[in-house]
Design a protein around this ligand. Structure first.
Ligand SMILES: [Zn+2]
Length: 341
């Protein structure tokens, strides 16, 4: 491994250190500082994305790709977002309407069938996955978990109309000969985030939870309950499916992707736990700051995270797409969760 990134980072800090370390400004790097660009520092060149993370290309003239997942289920994606629809004898069940390609979603469905959209299922309440709903026209039935409805009432967003049908734990939607099983495993990513399972097609959709081939989005995809996220990942691992629609990145996932992400999450947890135990409080801290509790813990947490970073890098940096983009976030999120959950 070359040491250019570290040299570049030190060079970038040079103007600050030259000013005799003004209070509040960047100072000397920690003794074992990891070389990957920290949060808030420009990354001139990100790590190469591994082939295993990549999906088929998007035709720029279309702006989306539709993929037949079998058994009447289809994934729509722009390689940033993804959603699903299920075609049955007399209609279409749509799951999510991401604004990212919302203007093309109806066209994507019409490429496959001219049957009417009879149902829309919201995976969860977040705008980036459902706020293109009005572009589908009037949909008779909108289904969501009851927590999603509660959050949408609070959001008062005209682009996210309220569900017309809610459930608490489970709901089985029969659409012609198709059965779609909805279940709520409790929350990890957000309240109301559900599993959408088409058993006959062996397709599972769960959003903002599994990122096939990629580092999860920052701070474990902004999981509101990290303990819950681990529990839900194990539940997903035990389900019967061949293809997983995850809501983000370039391709659908498999059971192997779920297992790999769990392995990464367990390594992250172990690395953060060890770092919390073995990092001394108050070391590498200016004596004048030792009575400032926020300073003491900012310094401690930084050094815990640096150790977490150093532990994970050899095994994971070339295995997950976007490793360097969000690994600092993952170490911060994990050590905070271990301290309070
Ligand atoms: Zn979300």
């Amino acid at each position: 491994m070359n040491h250019l990134p570290l040299a570049a980072a030190l060079l970038a800090l040079a103007p600050f250190t030259a000013q005799a370390q003004q209070a509040g400004e960047p100072g000397t790097p920690y003794a074992n500082m990891n070389h990957l660009a920290p949060i808030g520092v420009r990354n001139d060149r990100y790590l190469t994305v591994p082939d295993a993370a990549k999906g088929p290309p998007i035709d720029p003239a279309k702006g989306y790709r539709t993929e037949d997942l079998g058994g009447g289920t289809y994934m729509v994606t722009d390689n940033g977002y993804s959603s699903m629809f299920v075609v049955y004898e007399t209609g279409v069940v749509v799951v999510d309407a991401p604004p990212s390609y919302g203007a093309h979603l109806l066209a994507a469905i019409r490429e496959v069938t001219d049957r009417p959209i009879t149902h829309l299922i919201y995976s969860h309440s977040h705008a980036d996955h459902i706020a293109a709903t009005p572009l589908l026209g009037k949909v008779p039935v909108i289904i969501a978990q009851e927590e999603t409805k509660r959050l949408l009432i609070e959001a008062r967003d005209p682009n996210r109309p309220l569900p017309t049908l809610t459930f608490k734990e489970r709901y089985t939607l029969k659409a012609g000969s198709k059965t779609i099983q909805l279940s709520y495993p409790g929350y990890g990513h957000s309240p109301g985030n559900i599993l959408i399972h088409v058993p006959s097609a062996k397709v599972l959709m769960v959003i903002d939870t599994v990122f096939p081939g990629w580092m999860p989005w920052r701070r474990l995809a902004l999981a509101q309950d990290i303990t819950g996220l681990f529990r839900i990942m194990h539940e997903i691992e035990g389900m019967d499916f061949d293809k997983l629609v995850g809501g983000h990145v370039e391709r659908w996932g498999t059971k192997a992707d779920v297992i790999q992400q769990l392995e990464f999450m367990n390594d992250l947890k172990a690395a953060a736990a060890t770092a919390l135990k073995t990092t001394g409080i108050g070391e590498e801290l200016d004596a004048a700051d030792k009575t400032n509790p926020w300073a003491v813990y900012d310094n401690y947490i930084d050094r815990v995270v640096v150790q977490c970073m150093n532990t994970l890098e050899p095994k994971w940096r070339d295995r997950l797409g976007g490793y360097d983009a969000f690994i600092w976030d993952q170490c911060f999120a994990m050590e905070q969760s271990l301290r309070i959950d």
